[in-house]
Design a protein around this ligand. Structure first.
Ligand SMILES: Cc1ncc(COP(=O)(O)OP(=O)(O)O)c(N)n1
Ligand SMILES: Cc1nc(C(=O)O)sc1CCOP(=O)(O)O
Ligand SMILES: [Mg+2]
Length: 209
């Protein structure tokens, strides 16, 4: 599949109290192409159960599920994986998951990190954070100029993350982002109708720019 469009990322605090599946369903109905299951808890039974249900939803909508941090869970479900700088070896994950798996890498604001990730077999390179993020306020800052530089250097899909909204998304796409990775700007909505409206809005940004 082509890696371009909205990349929805779940958040266990925002999507507590039974919101996970309906809120994700709305994001996928609105056109999200990738969904990352990001849950920092250690409740492995619940994580397996939730990720299994998310895999079914993604399959229904023709989207791809990516697991944050957890190679074992991604392997068990046969889905993609996102690794940060301290989340284990991308090269080993590639060997374990196979050549077709989507494996993404956090590159913060560093073209050197991007070079390492590309050499280790990353499927996409994620840069950020571009704006203030309520989800991860302490993430290192990046600028659209970095995206432009990465765009010139890599043909791999580029992901922009961190404080992304419908309002500021266009400048990141113009700078070269293929995917906008969003938590609060998508799932911080009060209703599923609003999540779907926002997801459609993000999706339309990619056809209009
Ligand atoms: C698409 C995408 N980009 C970056 C991250 C951040 O990954 P990481 O630095 O490992 O931080 P955590 O998400 O694990 O807190 C991401 N998850 N997804
Ligand atoms: C998980 C994460 N990683 C980031 C990075 O810069 O690497 S920013 C971030 C949080 C993204 O959430 P929101 O869309 O609510 O800002
Ligand atoms: Mg991580």
């Amino acid at each position: 599949m082509s890696l371009r469009g909205l990349y929805a990322i779940t958040d266990s605090k925002l999507l507590a109290d039974g919101k996970l599946l309906p809120w994700v369903d709305a994001a996928l109905a609105g056109g999200a192409r990738l969904l990352q299951y990001r849950d920092k808890s250690t409740d492995s039974a619940r994580r397996l159960d939730e990720a299994t249900q998310l895999k079914s939803l993604c399959s229904y909508y023709g989207a791809e599920l990516i697991i944050n941090d957890d190679l074992a869970l991604a392997t068990e479900l046969g889905v993609g994986l996102h690794l940060g700088r301290d989340d284990g070896s991308l090269r080993e994950a590639r060997q374990q998951l196979g050549r077709d798996a989507i494996i993404g890498a956090t590159c913060h604001a560093s073209l050197d990190f991007a070079e390492q990730a590309a050499a280790a077999g990353a499927s996409y390179l994620a840069f950020g954070r571009f704006f203030q993020s309520v989800t991860k306020p302490g993430a290192p800052a990046a600028t659209p100029v970095l995206l432009e530089q990465a765009r010139k250097r890599y043909s791999l899909p580029l992901v922009a993350i961190g404080g992304v909204t419908l309002h500021n998304g266009p400048q990141l796409i113009s700078a070269g982002a293929d995917l906008l990775a969003v938590v609060n700007g998508l799932f911080g909505a009060d209703t599923t109708a609003e999540v779907e409206r926002r997801a459609r809005g993000f999706t339309e940004l990619f056809s209009s720019l």
